[in-house]
Design a protein around this ligand. Structure first.
Ligand code: DMJ
Length: 597
């Protein structure tokens, strides 16, 4: 429901559009609105009016012969422009655009909500937001505020679809106005909790919290994928607990984490891919006893944090055992790992294929992030990470033609393939994060170059959206750097490029990264937004006239993509301070452990 004054304005606008108002009413209302504006807002309106007048005078000579004919139309359009300016300022007053965080204040300090002994956490208070207070003096912040508001609007639109057609279910099917069930645990809702908190969407957050408190139960006879449910559900609950200090989320995290533990009861201590959270049984996929490398090595941040919060070491033990075993294994290639590991033998399988894309990606990401989470003491993790980056540099990098873009290809039994998954675009951000935490400066140069490549994966497509997989041309006579095979033309609303843009902007403050992100957001709005609510993945990024919706909004669009957009457009490094938090691979921030731990 709009506040009363805003309702007046809406009815006036509606009445005007239908010709129901008289001149006196209009003048009175306009005067009332004018008086409600702050000094800053009045200055903006006057400034815009002055601009329009100057523009009018400049145009007058060229229009004067036809002045008579055009007078009423021009005057009407001046009036229209004035009303538009009024409406814009009314609905997006500069002081409201940056209010995103004002209802919960600055994000809670990492240490504040992480005391495992504290029984009741204090609810966040509502301090004044310094960025709001300074806005009047800092007009350069207005474009930032506008972009932040655009992300909040996108989130609300996505949420509207989820709420109306998929509430409490896993994922929205926005076109058919329905939903899909994967685990049957309200996946999108849980994945989106901390995004709502960070974006300052109080109403939406409260209704989601209510659902978690009243409806969410893990007493369900369902098989969940250990990795996917850890990064989205366990990670989402833990980070929301840290940001809000609300014990409800910690309770749910403990319940869920303990139900995942049977996955680790295997002959090799390498976990199975699936676990039934009611029966306490676990199993590999039906067709193999292998687990995926990225899956078994990208659950550590969450389980380690669960141990720290509960004081129970069992969660940390099982996941660290996986890391110890992988660290010692033969079969790596210059620090690069194969894509599979066997749950019986504990050995790598399918040896000889090396990629930074699907099935291996977050292994590399979590080497670095565990090292950061633990206070940079676990040297084996750091060694493995640095060696892997050297392995990438030695084996997987090449330049495309004609632009000479640096890309990360794949190695298959000694043969180089110029294929790069969009998933690999997490790498520039991870490299930059490492440099921020003291790793070699040359990693930053690589990060910048790969960032440019990921950007090109968007801009070289007709929709401005990246395909799922790109093939890079390396022949000297190539016309375009990026080629896309028909089966790879889809876009799943993935976050990796926006994620890396966020890191690169945070660390370099180069505004081009914000501009690139802004263009991507426009493309998402143009080609994936569904009128009735929600965003959809699409089948064909090369066909702007028929991108062909796939009718699915992945939970990571709310959990990651929109969150990283928001953080990218924000100039406030204290919104998730990267010296205090580390993001899990689903964009859920977890605290870097205080040094005493
Ligand atoms: C997310 O679930 C995570 O980012 C994961 O690491 C990779 N796949 C999706 C997003 O693309």
């Amino acid at each position: 429901m709009l506040p009363p004054s805003r309702r007046d304005f809406v009815s006036l606008a509606l009445a005007e559009s239908r010709g129901y108002t008289n001149g006196k009413q209009r003048r009175q209302s306009c005067w009332r609105k004018w008086k409600q504006l702050s000094r800053l807002q009045r200055s903006i309106v006057l400034f815009l009016l002055a601009l329009m007048l100057i523009g009018g005078f400049a145009l007058y000579p060229s229009l004067s012969p036809q002045w008579g004919a055009y007078t009423s139309r021009k005057l009407f359009s001046l009036g229209f422009m004035f009303r538009s300016a009024c409406a814009f300022i009314y609905f997006f007053p500069p002081s409201s655009l940056c209010l995103a965080r004002s209802w919960h204040g600055a994000v809670i300090e990492a240490e504040q909500a992480t005391d495992p002994n504290a029984k009741e956490k204090e609810k966040a208070v509502e301090p004044e937001d310094p960025s709001v207070l300074q806005l009047g003096q800092r007009p350069e912040l207005w474009p930032t505020c506008f972009r932040l508001e655009a992300v909040r609007e996108a989130f609300r639109h996505a949420w509207k679809g989820y709420k109306e057609f998929a509430w409490g279910h896993d994922e929205l099917k926005p076109v058919s106005k329905s939903y899909t069930e994967w685990f049957g645990l309200g996946l999108t809702l849980i994945d989106a909790l901390d995004t709502m908190w960070i974006l300052g969407l109080k109403k939406e957050f409260e209704e989601a919290r209510e659902w978690v408190a009243k409806e969410l139960t893990f007493n369900k006879n369902v098989d969940v994928n250990l990795f996917e449910s850890t990064i989205r559900i366990l990670g989402g609950l833990l980070s929301t607990y840290h940001l809000t200090g609300d014990a409800l989320f910690l309770e749910k995290a403990k319940d869920f984490g303990s139900r995942l533990m049977p996955a680790f009861s295997t002959p090799s201590k390498i976990p199975y891919s699936d676990v039934n959270i009611d029966k306490g049984t676990a199993h590999p996929p039906r067709w193999t006893s292998d687990s995926t490398m990225a899956e078994v090595t990208s659950i550590q941040l969450e389980f380690r944090e669960l141990s720290r919060l509960t004081g129970d070491p069992k969660y940390r033990e099982v996941v660290m055992e996986v890391m110890r075993r992988v660290h010692r294994l033969e079969g790596k290639h210059d620090g690069l790992v194969p894509m599979f590991i066997n749950t019986n033998s504990g050995q790598f399988t399918h040896v000889g294929v090396y990629t930074l894309g699907a099935r291996a990606d977050s292994y590399y990401e979590y080497l670095l992030k565990q090292w950061i989470q633990g206070g940079k003491k676990e040297t084996e993790l750091l060694e493995d990470y640095v060696q892997a980056v050297e392995g990438i540099q030695k084996n997987l990098l090449k330049r495309s033609s004609p632009l000479g873009l640096m890309f990360v290809g794949e190695l298959s039994h000694g043969h180089f393939s110029p294929k790069m998954d969009h998933l690999v675009c997490f790498l520039p951000g991870t490299l930059a994060l490492g440099v921020h935490h003291g790793l070699p400066a040359e990693h930053m140069e690589l990060a910048r170059q790969l960032m440019e490549t990921c950007h090109q994966m968007y801009v070289q497509m007709e929709t401005g959206l990246s395909p799922e997989i790109a093939h890079f041309n390396t022949q000297a006579d190539s016309i375009q750097d990026v080629d896309v095979k028909p089966a790879d033309r889809h876009n799943l609303l993935r976050p990796e490029t926006v994620e890396s843009l966020f890191y690169l902007y945070r660390f370099t403050k180069d505004r081009k990264y914000q501009t690139w992100g802004w263009e991507i957001l426009q493309s998402f709005n143009k080609y994936t937004r569904v009128d009735t609510g929600g965003y959809t993945s699409i089948n064909n990024v090369r066909d702007p006239t028929s991108p062909s919706p796939r009718d699915k909004m992945e939970s990571f669009f709310l959990g990651e993509t929109l969150k990283y957009f928001y953080l990218l457009f924000s100039d406030d490094s204290n919104i998730i301070n990267l010296d205090k938090y580390v993001f899990n691979t689903e964009a859920h921030p977890l605290p870097i452990w205080p040094q005493t731990d």
